[in-house]
Design a protein around this ligand. Structure first.
Ligand SMILES: [Zn+2]
Length: 399
């Protein structure tokens, strides 16, 4: 198992890697994404697993016959995650979960395990939403929580629609949508993911299990200004949207602190974006997260009010609570495993919200940093995560 683990990392290492930043740029429906898909196909084929694409473009590999299992009323145990990245992200967020799924199967096979349910590996497409601005597109389309028309019409920075991008990548964009047949094959879902905070640092725990995902919203703040010459326009005559941007950024911090939430303005678009011009307009993206929906909306409203701007909602996800039964069972199987809340969204959260018994496991991250090249997990901790995953699969697939 260890050797396969190392070689899978090595094969993925160069895909979308940028020397200048040390980060990864693996965006949906690009050449890099195609390479990731080919890697998945090859790993599945090397294990003699059946490969499928669902109507949302997600990839599946099966050990055992998933449809026979559905007919017998014993649908499969599915393990997986995503392979795409945020701009200049780290190597672990996503790929660890897919590599771990294959490695856990290798471990089970090395032990001559004979699972009585099929075991699937899923690779969800476009989890980070780096290119089209909406997260978890693959799992949302699959479960029906994102309307196909909305997805198809999303535009990237260059004005390319998701429909065009998917077609270029060989996906039939016209028939994209919810896939009940693919969903029926999933008896339960497990995702192993790098920890994206500092909860496991300085503990003896290499692995944890998630209890819930905070509510999460994204808004675009539209800040209008008036373009003019930086060298000739008197200060009192200016309508400078950058000043409003400063106000809303400060307001996001204040509002989040006062409501016990997190809020970030991490992306801005400045027009015309010239060093010697007062901008005509700034668009700024607000990301707000909190244990409950209400607080997220309050933060967005307060930020918009502070800037006297319009906040256009681009996505909103209620809090997700993972199956308590499944979590209890995992804790019983694995022994002493801490339970954590997280503010980060995951495909497992989308599946949980769609009613599939779902669990999210974390591997310790000694930097506590994620969505950055500094994101890290020790090899030993990854291997402990894989062993934990294999133990849980063995238990769930035995009944
Ligand atoms: Zn992730």
């Amino acid at each position: 198992m260890e050797m396969n683990f190392d070689s899978m990392w090595k094969d993925l290492e160069p895909v979308g890697h940028h020397e200048s930043t040390g980060g990864y740029r693996r965006y949906a429906w690009t050449a890099e994404d195609t390479m990731l898909g080919e890697w998945f196909e090859a790993e599945a084929a090397a294990r003699g697993m059946d490969r499928m694409r669902d109507r949302a473009g997600n990839q599946w590999a099966w050990w055992g016959d998933p449809d026979a299992a559905v007919a017998a009323g014993r649908p499969g145990v599915v393990v997986g995650s995503h392979l795409d990245s945020v701009p200049d992200g780290g190597p672990f967020d996503g790929p660890l979960g897919v590599i771990a799924a294959f490695a856990a199967i290798d471990l089970l096979r090395a032990e001559h395990a004979a699972p009585s349910r099929p075991i699937g590996v899923a690779r969800f497409v476009d989890e980070e939403g780096a290119r089209f601005g909406v997260a978890c597109v693959g799992s949302r389309l699959l479960t029906g929580s994102l309307a196909p028309d909305l997805a198809r019409a999303l535009l990237d920075e260059d004005g390319v629609s998701m429909a065009e991008a998917m077609s270029l990548a060989g996906i039939a964009a016209r028939s994209v949508g919810a896939d009940r047949e693919a969903m029926r094959r999933v008896g339960c879902f497990l995702e192993l993911h790098i920890e994206q905070g500092r909860a496991l640092i300085d503990t003896e725990h290499q692995v944890a299990v998630a209890s819930s995902i905070w509510s999460h919203g994204r808004w675009r703040l539209e800040i209008e200004g008036e373009a003019n010459h930086a060298g000739t326009t008197r200060l009192q005559d200016r309508r400078d949207p950058m000043l409003v941007l400063a106000d809303v950024t400060q307001a996001a911090r204040r509002s989040a602190a006062s409501h016990g939430c997190l809020a970030t303005i991490g992306r801005v678009r400045v027009r015309p974006n010239a060093v010697n011009a007062i901008p005509a307009r700034v668009d700024a993206w607000l990301d707000a997260r909190a244990p409950a929906e209400h607080e997220v909306r309050v933060v967005a409203a307060e930020v918009a009010t502070a800037g006297n701007t319009t906040a256009v909602e681009e996505s909103f996800t209620p809090a997700t609570h993972f199956s308590a039964n499944l979590r209890d069972r995992i804790i019983k199987t694995l022994g002493d495993v801490p339970s954590l809340e997280t503010g980060a969204g995951h495909d497992s959260g989308i599946l949980a919200a769609a009613g599939i018994p779902t669990a999210l496991l974390f591997v310790r991250n000694p930097t506590g940093v994620s969505h950055s090249p500094r994101e890290y997990a020790e090899r030993e901790d990854c291997l402990a995560g894989i062993r934990a995953l294999a133990t849980v699969i063995r238990d769930l697939a035995s009944e």
